[in-house]
Write a protein that binds this ligand. Structure first.
Ligand code: CMP
Length: 143
């Protein structure tokens, strides 16, 4: 079954949106396979966003991700990568549709509440990076 990596960023955690985000994925019918609240180090944030290292906003993005705890999650279900991106909404909250998380809760591209993997391949890489310990055995037998 397909899996994706979803991270609630520091602004989402600080604004009390953890339950809101989890509720949207649960109500859609996806399964939560792993979750942890973490303070990431700068080098780890740089690794997660390595593909963006040449962008002018890279340093600010890394600084933002390390500014407070984030919630790292693995969600599973049919087409969860593409559908998860729809639930999350467009990167720029100003163009994200109402009804999406970014469309409903953000206005600033640099404070866009949440990250979701953009492809199955990147989901696999991100899950391996954030959950090197792997997913617990019982979690693969839930459904
Ligand atoms: P995310 O889905 O986590 O993937 C890359 C992140 O880079 C994106 O969400 C935004 O938070 C951030 N980002 C993308 N474009 C810009 C930009 N022009 N200015 C600041 N941050 C950006």
């Amino acid at each position: 079954m397909e899996q994706t990596f979803i991270m609630i960023k520091p602004d989402g955690v600080q604004r009390g949106l953890i339950g809101e985000v989890i509720g949207r994925f649960e109500k859609k019918g996806f399964y939560l396979k792993a979750m942890k609240l973490v303070n990431v180090e700068k080098s780890f944030a740089e690794k997660h966003y390595a593909d963006l290292s040449s962008k002018p906003f890279f340093a600010g993005l890394v600084e933002y991700i390390v500014s407070g705890p984030v919630v790292a999650m693995v969600w599973e279900g049919k087409s969860v990568v593409a559908t998860g991106r729809k639930i999350v909404g467009a990167t720029n909250p100003l163009t994200a549709e109402p009804g999406t998380i970014r469309g409903d809760f953000a206005v600033d591209i640099g404070r866009n509440v949440i990250h979701g993997s953009d492809s199955v391949e990147n989901a696999r890489k991100e899950i391996a990076l954030w959950f090197p310990e792997g997913l617990a055995e019982w979690q693969s037998n839930q459904h």
